[in-house]
Design a binder for this molecule. Structure first.
Ligand code: DAH
Length: 342
């Protein structure tokens, strides 16, 4: 019996299968109910006590080897079939998962950053918990300035020197204070204002700030940049117009309207029958702001602009209620698949 065990061992070591079917045949031959191991076990039971002692160990080893070998062979085939499934790109995915989408605010932010980064703008970020200097004072809005009333501010109870930023204009100050010139950057981010939640207002929303500082930057540069942005975002036929306005940190300041993309400028409910919709504020950076950030206004000039991401998304997708962006109702989000073309 010892000889037979030795022979079987050799056979096992050299055992091979070239496909799944052969592997299963091997399993039946070695480990099946009427297989070699089972048969040897039955013979073993009939042996005398002395013989049992010498055969027991090698037989057990053969059994273990058979189990190990068959498992190994089987594994290579199941691994291979998984592999080939992954390799074939025409097979439908399984299990089937519905692909997710991007939030409309993410889509709009991506589109805006794409337009500006392809013009060579960098992206900069600043903190959402700010100090008074970066959010207001450095931006030419000292404590008693009436313009502070334009933005209802959340102050932090534990530390009244800190507040939740009301505008991404605060990032301008951080970037200028860094001292590297020239500057060409945009700053997307979340802002907070103490407003009652309604279809048109929320206590949190998102803005994108833009800032360019260099020698010889003029209002014409600003206008051309914003025209390029408007056509990139709303389509090639989009026109812009600039209306004089007021912001503490820009002089002169303007508000920018785009021709209504819904009616093409003829007049509809979205543009309130004017043909135009307001999309952002902008202007030439006030020399006082440059000085606050240690930039010499005699050498450098620049422009800035700021827009609301929610507002742009509402116009682009005709979303009537601001609250929809924050409720995360799946029926709403489903409309914005990854492949949603912007
Ligand atoms: N920070 C302004 C706001 O929240 C928007 C803005 C207007 C930003 C004019 C600018 C700008 O940079 O030049 O209402």
């Amino acid at each position: 019996m010892l000889d037979r065990i030795e022979q079987y061992k050799e056979e096992l070591i050299n055992a091979k299968a070239t496909n799944e079917k052969e592997a299963e045949e091997l399993r039946i031959r070695w480990l099946g109910k009427k297989g070699i191991i089972q048969e040897l076990m039955e013979q073993f039971r009939l042996l005398e006590g002395n013989e049992k002692k010498t055969v027991g160990k090698p037989l057990n080893e053969l059994k273990q080897l058979a189990e190990q070998k068959i498992q190994e062979i089987k594994k290579t085939f199941s691994a291979r079939s998984e592999f080939s499934l992954k390799e074939d790109p025409t097979l439908p995915p399984y299990p089937f998962f519905e692909s997710g989408g991007l939030h409309p605010l993410t889509l709009v932010r991506k589109k805006i950053t794409w337009i500006f980064t392809t013009m060579g703008y960098s992206i900069s970020e600043g903190p959402e918990i700010e100090d008074d200097w970066h959010n207001f004072t450095a931006l030419n809005t000292p404590e008693d300035h009436p313009a502070r009333d334009m933005q209802d501010t959340f102050y932090i109870t534990l530390n009244p020197l800190r507040l939740l930023r009301t505008q991404t204009s605060s990032v301008q100050v951080h970037v200028m204070e860094n001292g590297k010139l020239p500057i060409r950057t945009i700053s997307p981010g979340r802002v907070y204002r103490n407003e009652t939640v309604s279809a048109r207002a929320h206590f949190q929303f998102h803005q994108v700030e833009g800032l360019v500082i260099d020698k010889g930057i003029s209002f014409a540069d600003l206008k051309l940049t914003l025209q390029h942005f408007a056509t990139g975002f709303f389509g090639p036929d989009t026109k812009i117009r600039m209306r004089p306005s007021y912001f503490p940190f820009t002089e002169p300041s303007a508000e920018v309207d785009v021709s209504c993309s819904l009616c093409g400028g003829k007049g509809c409910h979205v543009c309130k029958h004017t043909g135009w919709v307001e999309i952002m504020g902008c202007g030439m950076v006030d020399p006082a702001v440059l000085e606050n950030c240690k930039i010499n206004p005699a050498q450098y000039s620049g422009f800035a602009f700021g827009m609301g991401i929610e507002r742009l998304a509402m116009l682009k997708y005709q979303i009537p209620d601001l609250r929809l962006f924050f409720e995360n109702d799946i029926r709403f989000l489903k409309n914005f698949k990854l492949e949603t073309a912007l």
